[in-house]
Design a binder for this molecule. Structure first.
Ligand code: HEC
Length: 179
């Protein structure tokens, strides 16, 4: 009487393990596999051409805040940069920091830790690298913007914050945005 369940168990093992000879047949075709070399003299795996594979997210070459603080702003705060930074600031930063940068955004009002006033002396005295790092890594409450803003875009935002919000230069330039 115990023989039958044992036979069923033995039959189920290869099914579950996909161990039948035909379980893998379809993988063994003569078709060329992705990245497989078609050059008979150089068989094996072809290396990916440089920068040909999209990778999710943004790779930051800057390790942490301490490293970011040492960076200097490589982008001159000209009219184009400020105008582009303004567009980005209005999309990504105003919900919390408000149009004026003073921290009076509608989303910010709901946070337990209120967004800082970016026009206050504290932030004025921060280095560009510090602000760049804050956008890259985020803060205690503030999220990271490393995936939304490219490395360059973050510098444009800083140029806008400095020139228009902190130093009061007029924004809203008619210059078409640059990337
Ligand atoms: C979801 C709300 C939110 C958004 C959006 C946001 N911030 Fe913040 N930010 C905060 C909060 C809250 C703080 C306070 C400190 C913390 O969270 O660590 C802060 C702090 C900062 C600081 C630190 C200032 C200092 O002197 O220490 C900087 C710089 C900053 N934000 C810049 C930005 C920029 C630029 C953007 C747009 C790319 C942005 N923030 C978008 C919420 C936000």
């Amino acid at each position: 009487m115990m023989k039958l369940p044992l036979a069923i168990t033995l039959f189920l093992v290869p099914v579950v393990a996909q161990a039948w000879p035909w379980s893998h047949d379809q993988a063994n075709q003569i078709s060329v596999k992705p990245q497989e070399s078609v050059d008979e003299k150089n068989p094996g795996m072809r290396p990916f051409p440089k920068n040909s594979v999209p990778v999710p997210g943004t790779k930051s070459v800057v390790k942490d805040m301490a490293a970011a603080e040492k960076l200097t702003n490589p982008i001159p705060a000209d009219e184009k940069s400020v105008a582009y930074g303004e567009r980005m600031f209005k999309i990504y930063c105003t919900p919390c920091h408000g149009m004026s940068g003073k921290g009076d955004g509608l989303v910010g009002a709901k946070l337990l830790l209120k967004p800082y006033d970016l026009t206050a002396d504290q932030t004025k005295e921060r280095s560009d690298g510090f602000i760049w790092g804050y956008m890259t890594f985020g803060g205690a409450v503030m999220p990271s913007y490393a995936n939304d803003l490219s490395v360059k875009e973050r510098w444009h935002v800083i140029n806008y914050v400095r020139k228009v919000l902190q130093q009061g230069q007029s924004g809203e330039s008619a210059t078409p945005p640059v990337r």
